[in-house]
Write a protein that binds this ligand. Structure first.
Ligand code: ADE
Length: 257
């Protein structure tokens, strides 16, 4: 899979993504991640890529020409019109579901803006998707692009090895992942749950499913509505909620269960 990042800060994205699992996948040739320096495409003598906004106002706006020229060069190299994702807090909020859909593409272009944004005309001309990583404002699109590339990469076959498998994970089935434990069995008096030491696989699976249900109900009750629950899951949750109700003395504010 090929990721092309249009940016004014190529080192930032390449240093970040060249490390750890994405870096390993790049070395193995499973991922190809390149940074296209938008400044290389300016026709300005002083290499400027931004200017003051028409109509006045604070900050600078990235000019359309270098962005368009960088895109055109990329499109020619790819050989067809690629999907172009513009990183903006005004976009649709990125999710595991969007990541799964994007992971099917051969090439993805990430356009990272800076300053007060990018001239709207070039966005209209080249952008196919407006994406955000959440309702907060960052100084540029590089970190959002890195977040999305990291997330999409781990869904590309061969990027994760068996031990890092993406199959069972948080958000699989709209349930949060169960808690994990490793050695030692006793850490400062806190013991690993007994069932995990039992070697009884069916019991371990049932316990993990129940922990996922509890965790989702407590931390992300909004997800539970979308989760696919069996009759046994529903009965377990009902009993758990009942138990919690009984634990909370009357008059106290209840948790949102
Ligand atoms: N650029 C600035 N803030 C952003 C955000 N939250 N998501 C995507 N791109 C951004």
């Amino acid at each position: 899979m090929n990721f092309h990042i249009m940016t004014l800060f190529p080192d930032m994205v390449l240093n970040g993504l060249g490390t750890s699992i994405t870096g390993r996948a790049m070395e193995r040739g499973i991922l190809n991640i390149e940074a296209v320096n938008i400044r290389d495409y300016t026709l300005d003598r002083h290499l400027h890529v931004d200017d003051a906004p028409y109509g006045g106002g604070a900050g600078m706006v990235m000019q359309p020409e270098p962005v368009y020229r960088a895109y055109e060069a990329l499109r020619e190299r790819i050989g067809r019109k690629p999907r172009v994702l513009y990183m903006t807090p005004q976009g649709k909020v990125f999710s595991q579901e969007i990541a799964r859909e994007l992971a099917k593409e051969e090439d993805l272009v990430f356009l990272c803006g800076h300053y007060e944004g990018v001239d709207e005309r070039v966005l209209d001309m080249i952008v196919t998707d407006y994406l955000s990583i959440g309702d907060y404002v960052l100084t540029g699109g590089e970190l959002p692009a890195m977040v999305m590339i990291d997330c999409i990469s781990r869904l590309v076959p061969g990027v994760l090895n068996n031990r890092e498998s993406a199959e069972i994970e948080t958000f699989h089935d709209n349930l949060l992942e169960y808690p994990q434990y490793t050695r030692p069995e006793n850490f400062m008096g806190h013991r690993v749950p007994e069932v995990l030491l039992s070697g009884h696989h069916a019991n371990v699976d049932r316990w993990r499913r129940q922990q996922s249900l509890i965790r989702t109900a407590e931390r992300r009750p909004d997800l539970l509505e979308k989760a696919c629950l069996t009759r046994e899951d529903k009965a377990f949750l009902a009993a758990y909620r009942q138990e919690q109700e009984e634990k909370i003395p009357s008059g106290k504010i209840k948790k949102s269960l």
